[in-house]
Design a protein around this ligand. Structure first.
Ligand SMILES: Nc1ncnc2c1ncn2[C@@H]1O[C@H](COP(=O)(O)OP(=O)(O)OP(=O)(O)O)[C@@H](O)[C@H]1O
Ligand SMILES: [Mg+2]
Length: 454
């Protein structure tokens, strides 16, 4: 983006002149400030596309400049320049909203590359923002919060599949918003004013799943005193979500496959064939492909379901969404409780940004809900957050050994939360923001792996 307007602020004249020269040579329009105050004044007079701001300046330091620039209106792009390239200051700067940092002494190509990259990323972001607004207009995805590229991909996919009647498989860890996505697809589709039905395949014993799904005739089994429509039938004309599809027994997998192929059902104990018009969305937090490989899930059913696949990214892989989600939940719970809590203290945001969120968005939502309830000030303080959320941050500096894999980290974390709760799994599941069944599954899997490993 040649022609972009840049602002360089550095009290060191040599560095400043060098930057101006390099960047002008690249075709940018460059203004220079000899200090933090002047930088803010120039930005006020005409906001730049990008500001390069030295961290250490005698009148206003870079972080303060950043804060004031943010106060001026739309968040400007800021690259922080630092001669003290410790990871800490850099992270502080990024947390405070800087786009990136550059360490001194500069290398010419590092500067031009960083500037080009920042401007390009910003342009994409703006386009995406535009695209999202349009999506939001046309399709109702406003209940999904997040602007990370990964989420934008999800929005695009929702928009694309909503118009069709294809079966969709939504995969992702617990609490990543799979059900929300299924809902968004439904409400963006022509089926929006028809039923939206969720069946939790894991919550029911096998015998019940079958009659829940397909319904039953009177006398089909003991206790079937009247005939009843199944959930698939209830969803006729609309959308049926089969949650935790990976838990379906092989007998039911076979029956479901037939339903998807023939678009008809037969109630348990019934002879009549009932034709259905239902869009099926399957969801799972297990690796279904792996279940196919290991033989616990039918391959033909997998391909029937996975006509279009949506994979929800875990929260730790889209950390830029954390502040947005946190604020969204804060507004929601503050409004509900009629409390005057308006935002997060900076340190609190830092803790939230650092946490691993194994329970993903649900865990974040619970943490914020609890914080709003506990908070006695206008801003949420780190102390208002659950111990384990703060604890993980503290431990990151020391406790967790380097070289831990994500899997190790998860294991360590679950163990730690269990320890905090004195082994109370119900409470631990709550703190992790996952449901109890999921926790049991994680523990079972760990036990199995440990058995296998020993
Ligand atoms: N992108 C998002 N924006 C706003 N809220 C979200 C988002 N993702 C998830 N949530 C919220 O987090 C909670 C969990 O979401 P949801 O039930 O859709 O997750 P899930 O992936 O189905 O989890 P599970 O595998 O445990 O069933 C819900 O309260 C939901 O509203
Ligand atoms: Mg779910």
């Amino acid at each position: 983006m040649t022609g972009a307007s840049l602002l360089v602020a550095d009290d060191d004249r040599v560095a400043r002149d060098l930057l101006v020269e390099i960047l002008e040579r690249e075709g940018y329009r460059v203004r220079a400030a000899a200090g933090g105050l002047e930088c803010v004044q120039l930005a006020e007079a005409a906001p730049p596309d990008l500001a390069l701001v030295d961290l250490r300046m005698p009148d206003l330091d870079g972080l303060e400049v950043l804060r004031r620039l943010r106060g001026l209106g739309p968040v400007p792009l800021v690259l922080i320049l630092t001669a003290f390239a410790t990871i800490d200051t850099a992270i502080d700067a990024i947390r405070a909203g800087a786009y990136d940092y550059l360490s001194k002494p500069f290398r010419v190509d590092a500067i031009t590359l960083a500037v080009r990259r920042a401007l390009e990323a910003h342009r994409l972001l703006r386009e995406n923002a535009h695209y999202r607004a349009e999506l939001r207009e046309r399709y109702r995805v406003e209940n999904l919060v997040g602007q990370s590229p990964r989420m934008v991909d999800v929005y695009k996919l929702i928009a694309r599949v909503a118009a069709l009647d294809t079966t969709v498989l939504v995969e992702g860890e617990t609490g990543t918003g799979k059900e929300l996505v299924a809902r968004a697809i439904h409400y963006a589709s022509r089926r929006a004013d028809r039923p939206f039905v969720v069946v939790d395949c894991a919550a029911l014993p096998e015998t019940l799943v079958e009659s829940e799904l397909f319904g039953h005739e009177r006398g089909a089994f003991t206790g079937a005193v009247a005939s009843r429509r199944g959930l698939l039938e209830t969803a006729d004309g609309g959308t049926c979500v089969l949650d935790e599809i990976g838990e379906l027994s092989s007998a039911l997998q076979a029956k479901l496959l037939r339903v998807l192929q023939e678009r008809t059902i037969r109630r348990v104990g019934g002879n009549e064939t009932i034709t259905l018009d239902v869009r099926v969305i399957a969801a799972t937090n297990r690796d279904l492909k792996r279940q196919v490989t290991s033989g616990s899930f039918r391959e033909d059913l997998y391909y029937r379901l996975n006509v279009v696949g949506v994979t929800m990214p875990p929260l730790r892989e889209r950390r830029q969404d954390i502040p947005l989600l946190a604020q969204h939940f804060l507004d929601k719970y503050a409004r509900a409780a009629d409390k005057r809590v308006s935002g997060f203290a900076r340190e609190t945001l830092a803790v939230l940004a650092d946490h691993g969120w194994p329970g993903n968005v649900r865990e974040l939502e619970h943490a914020v809900e609890r914080a709003v309830a506990l908070s006695s000030s206008e801003l949420i303080l780190p102390d208002d957050l659950p111990d384990h959320v703060r604890g993980a941050t503290a431990a990151r500096g020391g406790g967790v050994p380097d070289g831990m894999t994500l899997e190790d980290m998860k294991r360590w974390y679950v163990a730690k939360v269990l320890e905090d709760t004195g082994g109370n799994k119900v409470r631990a599941a709550e703190l992790l923001g996952i449901d109890r069944r999921t926790l049991y599954r994680i523990l079972d899997r760990q036990a199995m792996e440990e058995d296998a490993g020993s």
